[in-house]
Design a protein around this ligand. Sequence first.
Ligand SMILES: [Fe+2]
Ligand SMILES: [Fe+2]
Length: 331
Amino acid sequence: MSAKNIRIEVMQAIESKVNGFIDQYLIPIQDIWQPTDFLPDSQSDGFLDAVKQIQEESKELGYDFWVTMVADTITEEALPTYESWLMDVEGVDQHGENKNGWSKWVRHWTAEENRHGDVLNKYLYLSGRVNMREVEITTQHLIADGFDIGTDRDPYKNFVYTSFQELATNISHKRVGQMAKKGGNTLLGKMCTIIAGDEMRHHLAYREFVKSIFEHDPNQMMLAFADMMKKKIVMPAHFLRESGGSIGTAFENFSNCAQRLGVYTAMDYIDILKKLNTYWELDSIRALNDDAERARDYLMKLPERLERIATRMKFPEDDYQFKWVEANGRL
Ligand SMILES: [Fe+2]
Ligand SMILES: [Fe+2]
């Protein structure tokens, strides 16, 4: 049987557990927070005062902070790309009689994720610190440009990617939240922290999917994991551009900003890898074939190798000026 057919069989075998995963890792709609829980109520008399307060507090936070907030928001806003990508993965089916638990997972996950871009976008708009039209143009570009994360339609590679990426967003939202709080911006701090909580639940779910796959098809799962790490996990917004710019040009500048702020760094990347290696108990998987043994060996040694490279890395103090945040806002 081809590796692809085996993958589809494995997806079918795990499918019966997906409803349980939805119950365990997602929160029912009637119980979960909504963006308005963290934003001024536009039906209340105090609305304009609350907006004023947000604008005052927003002045306390600097240029790099807002650039990072904007890029995080745009990354969330490109959700249509992620949903359509995941719906297209082998073993996920949303059509007619073949409709399965995996497509239900993708829809429910998307429904939770959709609140992130929503709340962040509204906050940015109210903050008075960013040029929303430029932010909107970048968002439209990013959705139009799509992404290429090197997973093909392979569920194994896609779930490695999402396991990794959900934890990366957990880290960055959490750090942005801490900075906001430090800057006296309590509301924004709360907002980012609660988003980080969602990302953590999603991470726990995806890493569980991979764990189940390891139980069914350890050789191919190991190869898929190693393949993703060899290519490096690219950020979902790696095609980021500003108005008038060419594809991907804004991403590096944003990444520098996030590194400077310490919101998401090369060391975080390595930490995530270590956590995945540990949770998937790479060291104790038995009876691997030669290729998978080599892949495991590569993965076990990779954190140390990356650490050596990371300590030598330097991040340019660029003076790039994003159009999203006003020049006079540079602090
Ligand atoms: Fe998110
Ligand atoms: Fe997420």
